[in-house]
Design a protein. Sequence first.
Length: 419
Amino acid sequence: MTEQRRISFDGLSLFQALQKIWTILPDSRLVGGAVRDMLLGQDVTDFDFATPEPPDKVTERLEAGGVRAIPTGVSHGTVTAVIDSIGFEITTLRKDEQTDGRHAQVAWTQNWREDAARRDFTINAMSCGHDGQIYDYFGGLNDLAASRVRFVGDPWKRIREDALRILRFFRFQGRFGSADPDRRTLGAITDCAPLIRNLSIERIWSELRRILTGPNAASMLRLMTRAGVLDQCIPELKGRSDSACVLLESLIVCAAPPDERLRLAALLQGAAVIPDDVVRCVLRLHLSRIDANEVISLSGTPVPTPETITGEDDLARLLADTPVRILTGRSWLAQAAARLRDQTKVPEEDWTVLRHRFTTEKVPVFPLAGRDLIASGMIAGPRIGEILAEVRRWWWGGGCHAGKEACLIFAKQRLARPP
Protein backbone atom coordinates (compact mmCIF):
# COMPACT_ATOMS: atom_id res chain seq x y z
CA MET A 1 0.00 0.00 0.00
CA THR A 2 1.28 3.46 -0.94
CA GLU A 3 0.49 6.58 1.08
CA GLN A 4 2.74 9.06 -0.67
CA ARG A 5 -0.09 10.76 -2.54
CA ARG A 6 -3.29 12.36 -1.33
CA ILE A 7 -6.24 13.97 -3.07
CA SER A 8 -7.89 17.13 -1.76
CA PHE A 9 -11.69 17.32 -1.79
CA ASP A 10 -12.02 20.85 -0.42
CA GLY A 11 -13.83 23.73 -2.04
CA LEU A 12 -15.66 22.02 -4.92
CA SER A 13 -19.46 21.75 -4.80
CA LEU A 14 -19.53 18.32 -6.46
CA PHE A 15 -17.39 16.92 -3.71
CA GLN A 16 -19.97 17.95 -1.12
CA ALA A 17 -21.99 15.03 -2.42
CA LEU A 18 -18.95 12.76 -2.06
CA GLN A 19 -18.49 13.93 1.51
CA LYS A 20 -22.16 13.17 2.21
CA ILE A 21 -21.64 9.59 1.08
CA TRP A 22 -18.55 9.34 3.23
CA THR A 23 -20.51 10.67 6.21
CA ILE A 24 -23.07 7.90 5.74
CA LEU A 25 -20.54 5.22 4.74
CA PRO A 26 -17.25 6.29 6.36
CA ASP A 27 -15.47 3.05 5.45
CA SER A 28 -16.19 3.42 1.72
CA ARG A 29 -13.59 4.54 -0.82
CA LEU A 30 -13.53 5.99 -4.30
CA VAL A 31 -12.23 3.39 -6.73
CA GLY A 32 -11.10 2.94 -10.32
CA GLY A 33 -11.05 5.63 -12.97
CA ALA A 34 -12.06 8.47 -10.68
CA VAL A 35 -8.92 8.00 -8.59
CA ARG A 36 -6.70 7.62 -11.64
CA ASP A 37 -8.07 10.71 -13.41
CA MET A 38 -7.93 12.93 -10.32
CA LEU A 39 -4.30 11.97 -9.80
CA LEU A 40 -3.66 13.05 -13.39
CA GLY A 41 -5.56 16.31 -12.89
CA GLN A 42 -8.16 15.30 -15.48
CA ASP A 43 -11.91 15.85 -15.39
CA VAL A 44 -13.87 13.06 -13.76
CA THR A 45 -17.32 12.12 -15.04
CA ASP A 46 -18.07 9.02 -12.96
CA PHE A 47 -17.43 8.65 -9.25
CA ASP A 48 -17.66 5.02 -8.16
CA PHE A 49 -17.39 3.83 -4.56
CA ALA A 50 -16.60 0.50 -2.98
CA THR A 51 -17.53 -0.54 0.53
CA PRO A 52 -17.19 -3.55 2.85
CA GLU A 53 -20.91 -3.24 3.61
CA PRO A 54 -23.33 -5.64 1.82
CA PRO A 55 -25.89 -4.08 -0.56
CA ASP A 56 -28.84 -4.32 1.85
CA LYS A 57 -26.91 -2.47 4.55
CA VAL A 58 -25.77 0.16 2.04
CA THR A 59 -29.38 0.76 1.00
CA GLU A 60 -30.55 0.92 4.59
CA ARG A 61 -27.88 3.42 5.63
CA LEU A 62 -28.34 5.64 2.57
CA GLU A 63 -32.09 5.89 3.10
CA ALA A 64 -31.61 6.57 6.80
CA GLY A 65 -29.30 9.41 5.77
CA GLY A 66 -31.92 10.90 3.47
CA VAL A 67 -30.30 9.71 0.24
CA ARG A 68 -32.29 7.93 -2.46
CA ALA A 69 -30.94 4.43 -3.12
CA ILE A 70 -31.64 2.59 -6.39
CA PRO A 71 -30.85 -1.17 -6.63
CA THR A 72 -29.19 -0.91 -10.06
CA GLY A 73 -27.17 -4.11 -9.77
CA VAL A 74 -27.77 -5.76 -6.43
CA SER A 75 -26.83 -9.22 -7.77
CA HIS A 76 -23.37 -7.75 -8.44
CA GLY A 77 -23.38 -5.77 -5.23
CA THR A 78 -24.13 -2.35 -6.71
CA VAL A 79 -26.49 0.29 -5.32
CA THR A 80 -26.75 3.77 -6.88
CA ALA A 81 -26.99 6.74 -4.50
CA VAL A 82 -28.71 9.77 -6.05
CA ILE A 83 -27.74 13.18 -4.66
CA ASP A 84 -28.86 16.35 -6.44
CA SER A 85 -29.73 14.27 -9.52
CA ILE A 86 -26.19 12.86 -9.68
CA GLY A 87 -25.80 9.09 -9.44
CA PHE A 88 -22.94 7.48 -7.52
CA GLU A 89 -22.48 3.73 -7.81
CA ILE A 90 -21.58 2.03 -4.54
CA THR A 91 -20.44 -1.58 -4.87
CA THR A 92 -19.70 -4.09 -2.15
CA LEU A 93 -16.14 -5.43 -2.12
CA ARG A 94 -15.98 -8.58 -4.23
CA LYS A 95 -13.77 -11.51 -5.03
CA ASP A 96 -14.14 -13.85 -8.00
CA GLU A 97 -15.33 -17.35 -7.20
CA GLN A 98 -15.52 -18.56 -10.80
CA THR A 99 -15.00 -17.04 -14.27
CA ASP A 100 -15.65 -18.30 -17.79
CA GLY A 101 -14.01 -15.58 -19.88
CA ARG A 102 -17.17 -13.49 -20.06
CA HIS A 103 -18.99 -13.68 -16.74
CA ALA A 104 -17.83 -14.03 -13.16
CA GLN A 105 -19.47 -15.50 -10.07
CA VAL A 106 -18.53 -13.27 -7.18
CA ALA A 107 -18.70 -13.34 -3.42
CA TRP A 108 -18.62 -10.44 -0.99
CA THR A 109 -15.42 -9.83 0.91
CA GLN A 110 -14.09 -7.50 3.59
CA ASN A 111 -10.64 -7.46 2.02
CA TRP A 112 -9.75 -4.39 -0.06
CA ARG A 113 -6.75 -6.08 -1.63
CA GLU A 114 -8.90 -8.99 -2.85
CA ASP A 115 -11.26 -6.53 -4.49
CA ALA A 116 -8.39 -4.63 -6.12
CA ALA A 117 -6.84 -7.91 -7.32
CA ARG A 118 -9.86 -8.63 -9.54
CA ARG A 119 -9.50 -5.36 -11.48
CA ASP A 120 -7.86 -5.19 -14.89
CA PHE A 121 -4.94 -2.74 -14.73
CA THR A 122 -2.85 -1.40 -11.89
CA ILE A 123 -3.80 2.21 -12.70
CA ASN A 124 -7.46 1.22 -12.27
CA ALA A 125 -6.93 -0.75 -9.06
CA MET A 126 -6.23 2.17 -6.69
CA SER A 127 -8.72 3.46 -4.13
CA CYS A 128 -9.06 6.65 -2.12
CA GLY A 129 -10.48 7.23 1.36
CA HIS A 130 -12.45 10.20 2.68
CA ASP A 131 -9.25 11.86 3.86
CA GLY A 132 -7.70 11.72 0.39
CA GLN A 133 -5.35 8.87 1.21
CA ILE A 134 -4.46 6.66 -1.76
CA TYR A 135 -4.41 2.88 -1.35
CA ASP A 136 -2.26 1.25 -4.00
CA TYR A 137 -1.68 -2.50 -3.70
CA PHE A 138 -0.13 -3.24 -7.09
CA GLY A 139 2.08 -0.30 -8.08
CA GLY A 140 -0.52 1.78 -9.89
CA LEU A 141 1.01 5.07 -8.79
CA ASN A 142 4.40 4.15 -10.24
CA ASP A 143 2.80 2.90 -13.45
CA LEU A 144 0.77 6.10 -13.75
CA ALA A 145 3.91 8.19 -13.30
CA ALA A 146 5.71 6.09 -15.93
CA SER A 147 2.74 6.21 -18.36
CA ARG A 148 2.64 2.44 -18.26
CA VAL A 149 -0.45 0.23 -18.61
CA ARG A 150 0.07 -3.08 -16.84
CA PHE A 151 -2.28 -5.89 -15.90
CA VAL A 152 -2.83 -6.65 -12.23
CA GLY A 153 -0.91 -9.86 -11.60
CA ASP A 154 -0.68 -12.53 -14.29
CA PRO A 155 -1.87 -11.06 -17.65
CA TRP A 156 -2.88 -14.52 -18.97
CA LYS A 157 -5.12 -15.03 -15.94
CA ARG A 158 -6.62 -11.55 -16.15
CA ILE A 159 -7.46 -12.02 -19.84
CA ARG A 160 -8.92 -15.49 -19.41
CA GLU A 161 -11.19 -14.08 -16.71
CA ASP A 162 -12.61 -11.66 -19.28
CA ALA A 163 -11.31 -11.52 -22.84
CA LEU A 164 -12.68 -7.99 -23.25
CA ARG A 165 -9.65 -6.88 -21.25
CA ILE A 166 -7.62 -7.34 -24.42
CA LEU A 167 -9.49 -4.50 -26.09
CA ARG A 168 -9.61 -2.47 -22.90
CA PHE A 169 -5.82 -2.72 -22.80
CA PHE A 170 -5.46 -1.03 -26.18
CA ARG A 171 -7.98 1.65 -25.24
CA PHE A 172 -6.13 2.47 -22.02
CA GLN A 173 -2.71 2.10 -23.66
CA GLY A 174 -3.76 4.67 -26.25
CA ARG A 175 -4.89 7.08 -23.56
CA PHE A 176 -2.36 6.57 -20.77
CA GLY A 177 0.58 4.58 -22.14
CA SER A 178 3.66 6.14 -23.66
CA ALA A 179 6.03 3.18 -23.41
CA ASP A 180 5.67 0.06 -25.55
CA PRO A 181 3.97 -2.83 -23.75
CA ASP A 182 6.36 -5.30 -22.18
CA ARG A 183 6.87 -8.64 -23.91
CA ARG A 184 4.93 -10.51 -21.23
CA THR A 185 1.83 -8.36 -21.70
CA LEU A 186 1.95 -8.49 -25.50
CA GLY A 187 2.65 -12.22 -25.38
CA ALA A 188 -0.43 -12.85 -23.25
CA ILE A 189 -2.58 -10.73 -25.57
CA THR A 190 -1.27 -12.53 -28.66
CA ASP A 191 -1.82 -15.96 -27.12
CA CYS A 192 -5.34 -15.12 -25.98
CA ALA A 193 -6.47 -13.12 -29.04
CA PRO A 194 -8.76 -15.95 -30.32
CA LEU A 195 -10.79 -15.63 -27.11
CA ILE A 196 -12.22 -12.39 -28.53
CA ARG A 197 -14.50 -14.51 -30.70
CA ASN A 198 -16.31 -15.65 -27.55
CA LEU A 199 -17.38 -12.11 -26.70
CA SER A 200 -20.66 -10.56 -27.74
CA ILE A 201 -20.30 -8.34 -30.79
CA GLU A 202 -21.85 -5.44 -28.85
CA ARG A 203 -19.02 -5.55 -26.29
CA ILE A 204 -16.41 -5.78 -29.06
CA TRP A 205 -17.78 -2.78 -30.97
CA SER A 206 -18.22 -0.75 -27.77
CA GLU A 207 -14.47 -0.99 -27.13
CA LEU A 208 -13.36 -0.91 -30.76
CA ARG A 209 -15.20 2.34 -31.50
CA ARG A 210 -13.49 3.97 -28.51
CA ILE A 211 -10.11 2.78 -29.73
CA LEU A 212 -10.88 4.10 -33.22
CA THR A 213 -11.78 7.55 -31.89
CA GLY A 214 -9.38 7.68 -28.97
CA PRO A 215 -5.85 9.04 -28.60
CA ASN A 216 -3.11 7.36 -30.65
CA ALA A 217 -5.67 5.36 -32.63
CA ALA A 218 -3.31 4.58 -35.50
CA SER A 219 -0.51 3.25 -33.32
CA MET A 220 -2.99 1.20 -31.25
CA LEU A 221 -4.45 -0.40 -34.37
CA ARG A 222 -0.93 -1.19 -35.57
CA LEU A 223 -0.24 -2.81 -32.21
CA MET A 224 -3.50 -4.74 -32.41
CA THR A 225 -2.46 -5.96 -35.86
CA ARG A 226 0.89 -7.18 -34.52
CA ALA A 227 -0.89 -9.12 -31.80
CA GLY A 228 -3.46 -10.64 -34.18
CA VAL A 229 -6.28 -8.77 -32.42
CA LEU A 230 -7.61 -6.52 -35.19
CA ASP A 231 -8.38 -9.45 -37.49
CA GLN A 232 -10.29 -11.10 -34.66
CA CYS A 233 -12.42 -7.97 -34.26
CA ILE A 234 -12.88 -7.33 -37.99
CA PRO A 235 -12.38 -10.64 -39.82
CA GLU A 236 -13.41 -8.96 -43.08
CA LEU A 237 -9.90 -7.47 -43.19
CA LYS A 238 -8.72 -11.01 -44.04
CA GLY A 239 -5.09 -10.59 -43.04
CA ARG A 240 -4.83 -7.16 -44.66
CA SER A 241 -4.84 -5.20 -41.43
CA ASP A 242 -1.49 -3.58 -42.25
CA SER A 243 -2.90 -2.10 -45.46
CA ALA A 244 -6.00 -1.00 -43.59
CA CYS A 245 -3.88 0.86 -41.05
CA VAL A 246 -1.96 2.69 -43.79
CA LEU A 247 -5.05 4.50 -45.07
CA LEU A 248 -6.27 5.20 -41.54
CA GLU A 249 -2.91 6.73 -40.64
CA SER A 250 -3.08 8.95 -43.72
CA LEU A 251 -6.64 9.96 -42.80
CA ILE A 252 -5.45 11.03 -39.34
CA VAL A 253 -2.51 12.95 -40.79
CA CYS A 254 -4.99 14.83 -43.00
CA ALA A 255 -6.73 15.94 -39.76
CA ALA A 256 -10.05 14.31 -40.58
CA PRO A 257 -12.54 14.30 -37.69
CA PRO A 258 -12.20 11.36 -35.27
CA ASP A 259 -15.47 9.72 -36.28
CA GLU A 260 -15.77 5.96 -35.76
CA ARG A 261 -17.82 5.45 -38.97
CA LEU A 262 -15.30 7.34 -41.09
CA ARG A 263 -12.38 5.49 -39.54
CA LEU A 264 -14.05 2.11 -39.91
CA ALA A 265 -14.70 2.93 -43.56
CA ALA A 266 -11.02 3.85 -43.92
CA LEU A 267 -9.95 0.47 -42.53
CA LEU A 268 -12.26 -1.39 -44.89
CA GLN A 269 -11.27 0.71 -47.90
CA GLY A 270 -7.58 0.48 -47.05
CA ALA A 271 -7.85 -3.30 -46.99
CA ALA A 272 -9.74 -3.25 -50.32
CA VAL A 273 -12.72 -5.03 -48.77
CA ILE A 274 -15.33 -5.78 -51.46
CA PRO A 275 -18.77 -4.10 -51.12
CA ASP A 276 -20.55 -7.32 -50.09
CA ASP A 277 -18.09 -7.80 -47.25
CA VAL A 278 -18.49 -4.19 -46.16
CA VAL A 279 -22.21 -4.92 -45.76
CA ARG A 280 -21.45 -8.13 -43.89
CA CYS A 281 -19.07 -6.25 -41.59
CA VAL A 282 -21.52 -3.55 -40.52
CA LEU A 283 -24.27 -6.11 -40.04
CA ARG A 284 -22.02 -8.36 -37.99
CA LEU A 285 -20.95 -5.43 -35.80
CA HIS A 286 -24.64 -4.67 -35.18
CA LEU A 287 -24.26 -1.03 -36.11
CA SER A 288 -27.43 1.01 -36.05
CA ARG A 289 -29.19 1.32 -39.41
CA ILE A 290 -28.04 4.94 -39.75
CA ASP A 291 -24.42 4.13 -38.91
CA ALA A 292 -24.36 1.03 -41.10
CA ASN A 293 -25.76 2.92 -44.09
CA GLU A 294 -23.18 5.65 -43.59
CA VAL A 295 -20.23 3.24 -43.55
CA ILE A 296 -21.57 1.52 -46.68
CA SER A 297 -22.21 4.86 -48.41
CA LEU A 298 -18.74 6.18 -47.57
CA SER A 299 -17.32 3.34 -49.64
CA GLY A 300 -19.48 4.26 -52.65
CA THR A 301 -19.28 6.69 -55.56
CA PRO A 302 -19.02 9.41 -56.71
CA VAL A 303 -15.79 10.33 -54.97
CA PRO A 304 -15.49 14.13 -54.95
CA THR A 305 -12.04 15.67 -55.42
CA PRO A 306 -10.93 19.24 -56.14
CA GLU A 307 -10.05 18.09 -59.67
CA THR A 308 -13.42 16.55 -60.51
CA ILE A 309 -15.60 19.35 -59.11
CA THR A 310 -14.71 22.12 -61.52
CA GLY A 311 -17.92 24.15 -61.78
CA GLU A 312 -21.12 25.04 -59.95
CA ASP A 313 -23.15 22.56 -61.98
CA ASP A 314 -20.85 19.69 -60.96
CA LEU A 315 -21.30 20.62 -57.32
CA ALA A 316 -25.07 20.99 -57.67
CA ARG A 317 -25.38 17.53 -59.19
CA LEU A 318 -23.40 16.01 -56.33
CA LEU A 319 -25.43 17.78 -53.67
CA ALA A 320 -28.69 16.77 -55.33
CA ASP A 321 -27.81 13.07 -55.21
CA THR A 322 -25.74 12.57 -52.06
CA PRO A 323 -26.03 13.86 -48.47
CA VAL A 324 -23.43 16.45 -47.50
CA ARG A 325 -22.11 14.26 -44.67
CA ILE A 326 -21.40 11.40 -47.09
CA LEU A 327 -19.77 13.69 -49.64
CA THR A 328 -17.59 15.17 -46.92
CA GLY A 329 -16.56 11.74 -45.65
CA ARG A 330 -15.76 10.50 -49.16
CA SER A 331 -13.63 13.58 -49.73
CA TRP A 332 -11.64 12.84 -46.57
CA LEU A 333 -11.05 9.27 -47.70
CA ALA A 334 -10.10 10.47 -51.18
CA GLN A 335 -7.67 13.01 -49.72
CA ALA A 336 -6.08 10.34 -47.52
CA ALA A 337 -5.67 8.02 -50.52
CA ALA A 338 -4.32 10.85 -52.71
CA ARG A 339 -1.80 11.77 -50.04
CA LEU A 340 -0.41 8.24 -50.19
CA ARG A 341 -0.07 8.42 -53.99
CA ASP A 342 1.31 11.94 -54.35
CA GLN A 343 1.53 14.32 -51.42
CA THR A 344 2.07 17.43 -53.55
CA LYS A 345 -0.38 16.96 -56.41
CA VAL A 346 -3.37 18.68 -54.81
CA PRO A 347 -2.78 21.27 -52.07
CA GLU A 348 -4.53 20.67 -48.75
CA GLU A 349 -6.20 24.06 -49.11
CA ASP A 350 -8.10 22.85 -52.17
CA TRP A 351 -9.62 19.97 -50.17
CA THR A 352 -10.58 22.38 -47.40
CA VAL A 353 -12.24 24.72 -49.89
CA LEU A 354 -14.13 21.81 -51.45
CA ARG A 355 -15.56 20.69 -48.10
CA HIS A 356 -16.45 24.28 -47.27
CA ARG A 357 -18.44 24.44 -50.50
CA PHE A 358 -20.33 21.28 -49.50
CA THR A 359 -21.51 22.87 -46.28
CA THR A 360 -22.26 26.37 -47.59
CA GLU A 361 -23.87 25.77 -50.99
CA LYS A 362 -27.63 25.36 -51.09
CA VAL A 363 -28.68 21.75 -51.65
CA PRO A 364 -30.78 21.55 -54.85
CA VAL A 365 -34.20 19.95 -54.41
CA PHE A 366 -36.03 18.47 -57.40
CA PRO A 367 -39.09 20.75 -57.64
CA LEU A 368 -41.62 18.31 -59.11
CA ALA A 369 -43.76 15.57 -57.54
CA GLY A 370 -46.34 13.17 -58.86
CA ARG A 371 -49.17 15.26 -57.43
CA ASP A 372 -47.97 18.21 -59.54
CA LEU A 373 -48.29 16.17 -62.71
CA ILE A 374 -51.76 14.95 -61.75
CA ALA A 375 -52.84 18.51 -60.86
CA SER A 376 -51.72 19.61 -64.33
CA GLY A 377 -54.12 17.15 -65.96
CA MET A 378 -52.07 13.97 -66.30
CA ILE A 379 -53.77 10.66 -65.49
CA ALA A 380 -52.52 8.84 -62.41
CA GLY A 381 -50.71 5.60 -63.12
CA PRO A 382 -47.30 4.02 -63.75
CA ARG A 383 -46.57 6.52 -66.51
CA ILE A 384 -46.38 9.29 -63.88
CA GLY A 385 -43.33 7.67 -62.30
CA GLU A 386 -41.66 7.19 -65.68
CA ILE A 387 -42.21 10.84 -66.61
CA LEU A 388 -40.90 12.03 -63.22
CA ALA A 389 -37.71 9.98 -63.69
CA GLU A 390 -37.18 11.46 -67.17
CA VAL A 391 -37.80 15.00 -65.95
CA ARG A 392 -35.36 14.53 -63.06
CA ARG A 393 -32.63 13.28 -65.42
CA TRP A 394 -33.20 16.37 -67.58
CA TRP A 395 -33.20 18.65 -64.51
CA TRP A 396 -30.04 16.99 -63.17
CA GLY A 397 -28.25 17.16 -66.54
CA GLY A 398 -28.90 20.89 -66.69
CA GLY A 399 -27.16 21.49 -63.39
CA CYS A 400 -30.32 21.30 -61.22
CA HIS A 401 -31.34 24.87 -62.14
CA ALA A 402 -34.78 24.39 -63.73
CA GLY A 403 -37.75 25.42 -61.60
CA LYS A 404 -41.16 23.83 -61.21
CA GLU A 405 -42.75 25.51 -64.25
CA ALA A 406 -39.88 24.57 -66.55
CA CYS A 407 -40.04 20.99 -65.32
CA LEU A 408 -43.80 20.85 -65.93
CA ILE A 409 -43.35 22.09 -69.50
CA PHE A 410 -40.70 19.45 -70.15
CA ALA A 411 -42.97 16.78 -68.56
CA LYS A 412 -45.85 17.68 -70.89
CA GLN A 413 -43.53 17.55 -73.89
CA ARG A 414 -42.39 14.08 -72.88
CA LEU A 415 -45.97 12.97 -72.28
CA ALA A 416 -46.91 14.06 -75.80
CA ARG A 417 -44.34 11.64 -77.24
CA PRO A 418 -44.92 7.89 -77.37
CA PRO A 419 -43.50 6.03 -74.33
